[in-house]
Each structure stands twice: as structure tokens, then as C-alpha cells.
Design a protein around this ligand. Structure first.
Ligand SMILES: NC(=O)c1ccc[n+]([C@@H]2O[C@H](COP(=O)([O-])OP(=O)(O)OC[C@H]3O[C@@H](n4cnc5c(N)ncnc54)[C@H](OP(=O)(O)O)[C@@H]3O)[C@@H](O)[C@H]2O)c1
Length: 309
């Protein structure tokens, strides 16, 4: 009885954003299974069914709450409502693909509001309590795109670079208070961000843009080369879960073969070689897309001719 009471009083509260799918959902279930007191949040509670089902299947529970990280007023109210947090996992994120020339200001700002300011505002709100209690851990889900450039996703890449810079900086500010700040930097993994949540800029198919053909070529290269090689999300989730109790975490974790390959090349000073390889692949895909479109046009013309005779 006494042991049970001690275990209960020691249950750490883990707050996770973006739990409707992907890493967030899997982490929420994994953390609940590991005995943590999980507050799983999402911006739209109508999307909570898959999480509820996964929790029920695992025979565990979590507190499911609504939280849109782009709304600072609701962040303040929410943090007051849930009380002290031991571990914050800033996971929510979005991707809107398109050349920097075509992507709208609104889209770029939306990416930053979610991937950077959202994480910043929630961290500020939660860190105050951690500072008072002189303990805590903050895990920011950044990306390989925060370490190297990500063509046709410049806004996403810039937001993740900002997040990594933020993480590195506050890590030092918060260390005297016993708070660890950790950056997770995955390469491509099979979650909704590259499936149902993969958005393209509203001007992506604008034929008047000098980037039109290249946008299309990038997308083909992405679907042909990157998506099939994307890893399963469990490697990232396992790392996050181990960090919930790791006594001596590292500052950052690069996860996935693609991410390790790219960061090693960067470390070796071979980023230029890697960029040229990417350009070649996009150029080839752009040519193929142009050829496919020209053939389609020729077929249509031929059909019209045949029908007219
Ligand atoms: N999968 C990868 O290849 C990869 C690689 C590197 C980094 N990441 C990062 O990993 C994190 C999790 O993404 P994922 O891969 O698991 O993709 P995901 O399945 O698309 O999950 C993203 C989550 O963020 C939520 N979200 C979006 N905007 C939000 C907002 N304003 N407030 C609260 N939640 C919001 C989404 O909610 P809705 O369902 O409502 O849209 C969704 O639950 C992101 O930060 C992403 O950038 C992913």
C-alpha cells in the first residue's frame, strides 16, 4: 500500500502537443504505458478518436485536452488549468511545400506561428513553474530541416532552424534551474505530415511562376526518392520515450539514416556535393515531368485531330 502510494506521488506529468496523429499520438500512448501522467493535447478534439482507441487497446489512460499552439491566450489559460508539468514535449508542427517565391506571406507566417512561436509561447508558460520547482525537461521536436537546407520547403526549414537556435540558447538559460532542454532532429518518417497533412502552397501550381516546373519536379523527386525511403515513426518515438527517464540526456538527437547521412556530410564539409546531388535529382524529375506533360498534350491534340476527321 505504502509502495503504491509512493509510486503514485512520483508519477511525472508529461504534456505533449499535436497528439491527433504521428509522433505525438504514439508518444502519448507510449508514455501512458510507461506509467507517466499524460496530458495529450490536440487543436481539434474531433480528431481524438484514434488516440482514444490506441489508449484503450493498450489498456491505459491519458487526459486529452484541446490546445492550438498558435493561440497564446488559450496557452496561458490551459497551463493554469493543468498545473505543474514535469516534461513538456513540443511536438505540434506543420509543413507547407512550395518555393519561397510562390508561398504566400500568410502561409509562411502560419508555419512560423506553429513550428516556432507556438513552441516558444508554450515553453515560456510551462517553464515558469519548472523554474519555481527547480526541475523539468523540455523536448522540442525539430527536424533534419533545422540542420540543413530543405529546398521548396524554405519556410519550414527556417522555422526549424529557428527552433534549434531557440533550443540551444534556452538550454543554457535554464540549466541553472535543473531544467534540460533537448532537440530531436528526425529525417523523414512515415507520419501524416508527409501524407494527409502534406500541404502545398496555394500558388504551387501557378503556371506564371518561374518556379512552376521546378515545384512540380521537386514533388516528383520527393515522391519517387524520399517518401519510399521514409522510416517508420517508432525509432523517433522510442527515443522520445527513453528521454522521459534518461538521467543524462544529450543536447540533441539526429534520428534516421537520411538525417545521419546528411549531417555527417555536413560535418565532413561535403554539403556542396550533397546539394549538387539534390539539384541533379530535381532537374531530372523536372525534365521527366515536362516530357510527360508534352506527351499528354500531343496525345490530346492527336485525339482532337482524329475526332475531327
Ligand atoms: N514525420 C517526419 O518526417 C518528421 C521529420 C522531422 C520532424 N518532424 C516533426 O515532428 C513533429 C510531429 O509531426 P508528425 O511527423 O508526427 O506529423 P503529423 O502526423 O502531421 O502530426 C503533426 C501534429 O501537429 C498538430 N498540429 C498542427 N498544427 C497545430 C496547432 N496549431 N496546434 C496544435 N497542434 C497542431 C497536428 O494536428 P492536426 O491533426 O489538427 O493537423 C498533428 O497532430 C512536427 O513538429 C514535425 O515538424 C516530422
Amino acid at each position: 500500500m505504502e509502495i503504491q502510494k509512493t509510486i503514485q506521488t512520483e508519477r511525472k506529468k508529461v504534456l505533449i502537443t499535436g497528439c491527433s496523429s504521428g509522433f505525438g499520438r504514439l508518444t502519448a500512448v507510449g508514455a501512458a504505458k510507461a506509467g507517466f501522467d499524460v496530458v495529450a493535447t490536440m487543436r481539434n478534439l474531433a480528431k481524438s478518436e484514434p488516440l482514444k482507441t490506441a489508449l484503450a487497446q493498450a489498456n491505459v489512460s491519458a487526459q486529452i485536452e484541446e490546445l492550438d499552439v498558435t493561440k497564446p491566450e488559450s496557452i496561458a489559460k490551459f497551463v493554469e488549468k493543468i498545473g505543474p508539468v514535469d516534461i513538456l514535449i513540443n511536438n505540434a508542427g506543420i509543413l507547407i511545400t512550395g518555393s519561397f517565391l510562390d508561398i504566400t506571406d500568410k502561409e509562411m507566417r502560419h508555419i512560423f506561428e506553429t513550428n516556432y512561436f507556438g513552441q516558444l509561447n508554450l515553453t515560456r508558460a510551462v517553464a515558469k513553474g519548472m523554474i519555481e520547482r527547480k526541475r523539468g525537461r523540455i523536448i522540442n521536436i525539430a527536424s533534419l530541416a533545422g540542420r540543413i537546407g530543405h529546398p521548396f520547403n524554405a519556410a519550414y526549414s527556417a522555422s526549424k532552424h529557428a527552433l534549434i537556435g531557440f533550443t540551444k540558447s534556452i538550454r543554457v538559460e535554464l540549466a541553472p534551474f535543473g531544467i534540460d532542454v533537448i532537440s530531436i532532429e528526425p529525417g523523414y518518417h512515415k507520419t501524416e505530415i508527409i501524407r494527409a497533412n502534406a500541404n502545398q502552397s496555394e500558388n504551387f501550381y501557378d503556371r506564371s511562376s518561374p518556379m512552376f516546373e521546378w515545384n512540380r519536379g521537386f514533388l516528383k523527386a520527393f515522391f519517387d526518392e524520399v517518401i519510399p525511403r521514409a522510416a517508420q515513426p517508432e525509432a523517433v518515438v522510442d527515443r522520445i520515450l527513453s528521454l522521459l527517464s534518461d538521467e543524462k540526456p544529450k543536447f540533441h538527437y539526429v534520428i534516421g539514416i537520411d538525417a545521419k547521412f546528411a549531417t555527417t556530410l555536413q560535418w565532413l564539409g561535403l554539403s556542396g556535393w550533397f546539394e549538387r546531388k539534390i539539384i541533379r535529382k530535381i532537374r531530372r524529375a523536372t525534365k521527366l515531368e515536362n516530357k510527360r506533360e508534352a506527351e499528354k498534350k500531343a496525345r490530346r491534340k492527336q485525339k482532337c485531330k482524329t475526332e475531327a476527321t
